[in-house]
Design a protein around this ligand. Structure first.
Ligand code: UTP
Length: 276
């Protein structure tokens, strides 16, 4: 079964990017001239996902507006050389269907994903955290995950080896390598305290999940920081069956942090200049 739906949890406050995110969603921060959310939807679309579900919250209206037609603006620039600047977003709007729901309380990423159940139903789906901006080597990272899902039919998470002194910011896996770069998850720990991480294999913001995860999240008690953690639910899913982790090929920028955001900006600016 192909994966046709992708969920974008985007309800978080983005406190690491204040004051920019005081009245604007962090997913609307632009890397060069394109907002993070648009890169994310392009990646989902490239992986075959045409039903885009967004979990938003207060102050996030700009996300819905970005994927809507702006009649006055489009009328204004019609026939000018600026029209081409909207061709990417227009194509996405033609090819994808967008749905939105709201997470009214910030109870964690697991809870945000559960809030999106109404947009997903009973089928496998992608989860894409748009503040992790990824560039794949041959295929986009979400496409790499879908390829694994198509072979194994279970949930798959993207992982990256991070420096040991940064592991405390991530959920990490303990796993057995079943083929080069592909791991069977045995255990997962969300944001392990410094010096106590069982590995440096960090889960990043790309997942393909099977829909039984919803029932598991419903049963998952609050974990780290009192939030319902997707890591805890995935750990249970691995215990009941199988969860795989793919060390993706490519590069990730943590655009929820100022350093990652600046790196991504430089990278994409150079890429744009080379393309001319
Ligand atoms: P982060 O841990 O990056 O939190 O959430 P945040 O609030 O967005 O940012 P900071 O740390 O305050 O700067 C990871 C992802 O999960 C979503 C966020 O929108 C982000 O994409 N999320 C998190 C929710 O949608 N709801 C939540 O309750 C928590």
């Amino acid at each position: 079964m192909t994966v046709r739906k992708c969920l974008f949890p985007a309800a978080g406050y983005g406190t690491r990017f204040l004051p920019a995110t005081k009245a604007m969603p962090k997913e609307m921060l632009p890397i060069v001239n394109t907002p993070l959310i648009q890169y994310g939807v392009e990646e989902a679309r490239a992986a075959g996902m045409v039903n885009i579900g967004m979990v938003t919250g207060r102050g996030k209206r700009a996300l819905a507006d970005h994927f809507d037609i702006s009649y006055e603006l489009e009328h204004q620039i019609k026939g000018s050389d600026k029209e081409g600047m909207l061709s990417g977003i227009r194509k996405l709007m033609e090819e994808c269907v967008f749905s939105f729901t709201r997470q009214t309380e910030m109870k964690g990423l697991g809870h945000a994903i559960l809030t999106g159940e109404t947009l997903i139903g009973n089928e496998p789906f992608g989860v894409l955290l748009a503040d992790d901006l990824c560039v794949g080597d041959k295929h986009d990272v979400m496409t790499q995950l879908v390829h694994v899902y198509e072979r194994f039919g279970c949930s798959v998470v993207a992982v990256e080896e991070v420096p040991m002194d940064e592991v405390h910011k991530y959920g990490v896996i303990v796993a057995d390598e079943i083929e080069p770069g592909l791991f069977e998850v045995r255990d997962m720990v969300e944001k392990p305290p410094r010096g106590e991480a069982p590995s440096n294999m960090a889960i990043i913001g790309r997942y393909v999940l099977t829909p039984d995860i919803f029932d598991i999240i419903r049963e998952t008690p609050p974990g780290k920081n009192g939030e319902i953690q997707i890591t805890d639910a995935l750990k249970e899913q691995a215990r009941r069956g199988r969860v795989l982790a793919l060390r993706f090929s490519g590069r990730r920028f943590d655009c929820g942090s100022v350093d990652g955001f600046v790196e991504a900006t430089n990278y994409f600016y150079e890429r744009m200049r080379k393309k001319g």
